[in-house]
Design a protein around this ligand. Structure first.
Ligand code: ADP
Length: 616
């Protein structure tokens, strides 16, 4: 026998323990949920190993259940399972360091909140095993790993600085956690208290829980039931406990299918988008089961990546139990299953969009990023995803949104293009020079405010056979409309003379200058070539330290605008002033397009122009 040596906890563990012990008093009872859920996970892993017959299992006849015993006289609480148990290495790794992502996120959020610990946070993350030290003077974990060559071991700690691991011959498979309660935590050795807590937190644990020998939970695989057998409350509970969620579900999808694959699925769209809280990318949360046996809680490449916000369970009898994570990745069956689920989820969202638009828009406001990411990356589902997009529009009130399908119902006769403009906000679009031409022609323009929207529109290219075109693109072809203006336009000759002079004066900065029928109030307008990176892409490229060539635009001039008319005269009468004005007009138009890269020359020139104007 080796003598046990005292091992220190990893620094993060000590930090966590300190918080757990000193600041989380309000929620102390959750340690029971955490330990029961660990026991359940260990049983789940064991059941899977049994069914997949991977290796020999120690004590194979032991029941897959969780036994809890209270002892009021000894002031202890014991939680035991016949799950996988832990080897010495696993004890050291799992109960001495923090590998668990939820616990890491918890620590991170504590750091961000400056160390104060709102009691509600703990429920959100679950701090796992260490939460037991809220109530424990000392904890002993007796264990025997399910592998054939395991040893009986006991891990002991007072939760202060470290732990010891000692040999403990004669253990049966699994883990038995004996908690010696603190003086102010004796109520956790009372059966009635523990029963109340188990009923509150553990209704969906998929293994029998026995308290002092008596069964306390009914094991339910809710997803296998038919819809009319399940109440809203049961669904919500299931979401919270089985999907380890801390909010309420926003939408749910419960269905069974027999063809092409046998499927029982229960899925939830959360209320909260946890990526908004800055914990990094959400981990996928749809688990795969085969006849109630967990195959993988986070199956790789099962659903498209953008669907990572979904939570729930998919159970299919068609899945082979012994499928491993590696084979899952290239299993045609898993892919097909994922395809069916993805299709159903898309259909659900589309339905919500048309049947409950307000509820859908609320979802969209929080989850638009995922949809847009899908449009940009998930080629397979692009068309369905496009129907889920929402934008403000020139025809809707601020804050109101519309979809591409609705836009199409409002197309004018002969209109085969969907127009959009990307700018930081509505005010910028409304004050800018592009919108007026579309307004004058009664054409709707979608307003998009995120740099990502650029990728969305360029990836989509079209919707329902209609081209998607930015109002800033030189590809916009607008018919002449009678403009209601007292101003007579310049003659065609004057326009072409002015245009060639402008091209000469502005040189390489412009590709072309022409007279425009589309302008109403603005004097000039810059149009970008179809495949040129847009203003938003350019700023992203710059942010990524890439070299960005100055953009060459096509300039359109408004032959009715008084300033343009004066310029036509000035170019011969005051050539020097006219050329300053021409360059200023170009910069003004670039500014409106968000394309003016360096304002220094522009400011200098503007000052020169002001000086001339004031000197008159
Ligand atoms: P987690 O959220 O990963 O469960 P915990 O701190 O609660 O974090 O537990 C750490 C790890 O210790 C678990 O992931 C598991 O590997 C191991 N563990 C805890 N309880 C048991 C148990 N009853 N049986 C086997 N392994 C366990």
């Amino acid at each position: 026998m080796t003598t046990p040596t005292h091992q220190p906890f990893q620094a993060e563990v000590r930090q966590l323990l300190d918080i757990v012990i000193h600041s989380l008093y309000t929620d102390r009872e959750i340690f029971i949920r955490e330990l029961v859920s660990n026991a359940s996970d260990a049983l789940e892993k064991l059941r899977h190993a049994q069914l997949a017959s991977s290796g020999t299992i120690h004590d194979p006849e032991l029941p897959l259940e969780i036994s809890i015993t209270t002892d009021e006289t000894a002031r202890t609480l014991t939680i035991a399972d016949h799950g996988t148990g832990l080897t010495r290495e696993e004890l050291e790794r799992n109960l001495g360091t923090i590998a668990h992502s939820g616990t890491k996120a918890f620590l991170q959020s504590l750091k961000e909140s400056g160390g104060s610990t709102p009691g509600s946070l703990i429920g959100k993350f679950g701090v796992g095993f260490y939460s037991v030290f809220m109530v424990a003077k000392e904890v002993r974990v007796f264990t025997r790993s399910s592998g054939s060559d395991g040893d009986g071991l006991v891990w002991t700690s007072d939760g202060a600085t470290g732990y010891t691991i000692d040999e403990a011959p004669g253990q049966s498979r699994g883990a038995r956690i004996v908690i010696e309660l603190k003086d102010d935590a004796h109520d956790f050795s009372e059966a009635a208290t523990v029963k109340r807590i188990l009923e509150k937190y553990s209704s969906f644990v998929p293994f029998p829980i026995l308290l002092n020998g008596e069964r306390v939970n009914t094991v339910e695989a809710l997803w296998l039931k038919s819809k009319n057998e399940v109440t809203d409350e049961q669904y919500d509970e299931f979401y919270k406990f089985a999907c380890k969620a801390w909010d309420a579900p926003r939408f749910r999808l419960h269905f069974a299918a027999d063809a092409p694959l046998q499927i029982n699925a229960l899925l939830f769209v959360p209320t909260e988008n946890s990526e908004k809280f800055g914990f990094g990318q959400t981990e996928p949360g749809v688990a795969l089961y085969c006849r109630r046996v967990l195959i993988d809680a986070q199956p790789p490449d099962f659903l498209p990546e953008w669907m990572r916000f979904l939570r729930g369970v998919v159970d299919s009898e068609d899945l082979p139990l012994n499928i491993s994570r590696e084979t899952m990745q290239d299993s045609a069956l898993v892919r097909k299953l994922g395809e069916v689920i993805a299709g159903r989820v898309l259909k659900l969202l589309e339905q919500q969009g048309s049947e409950e638009p307000e509820k859908y828009e609320a979802f969209y406001k929080d989850f638009a990023r995922f949809i847009k990411e899908g449009v940009a990356n998930d080629f397979r589902h692009r068309d369905s995803l496009a129907k889920l997009l929402r934008f403000e529009s020139s025809l809707s009130d601020p804050g109101k949104m519309t979809g591409l399908a609705d836009y199409v119902t409002r197309l004018k006769d002969g209109q085969d293009t969907i127009y959009y403009q990307i700018a930081p906000n509505r005010a910028a679009i409304e004050a800018g020079p592009y919108l007026e031409a579309f307004k004058a022609r009664g054409l709707e323009v979608l307003f998009a405010y995120e740099p990502l929207d650029d990728y969305v529109f360029t990836s989509l290219r079209e919707f329902d056979g209609k081209k998607l075109v930015s109002v800033t693109s030189e590809n916009v072809k607008l018919d002449d409309v009678p403009v209601d203006s007292a101003e007579a336009p310049l003659s065609d000759d004057d326009v072409s003379g002015l245009c060639s002079w402008l091209k000469e004066t502005l040189g390489d900065a412009v590709t072309e200058v022409s007279g425009s029928a589309r302008l109403v109030d603005a004097p000039v307008l810059a149009l970008t070539p179809e495949h040129a990176p847009t203003a938003q892409m350019r700023s992203m490229m710059r942010a990524m330290q890439q070299d960005v060539e100055p953009v060459k635009v096509k300039l359109e001039i408004n032959p009715r605008h008084p300033m343009v008319k004066s310029l036509a005269v000035a170019r011969t009468a005051q050539p020097e002033l006219a050329s300053l004005a021409a360059r200023q007009l170009l910069d003004n138009s670039l500014l409106s397009a968000g394309l003016l890269e360096d304002p220094r020359d522009m400011v200098k020139r503007l000052n020169e122009l002001l000086g001339k104007a004031l000197a008159r």
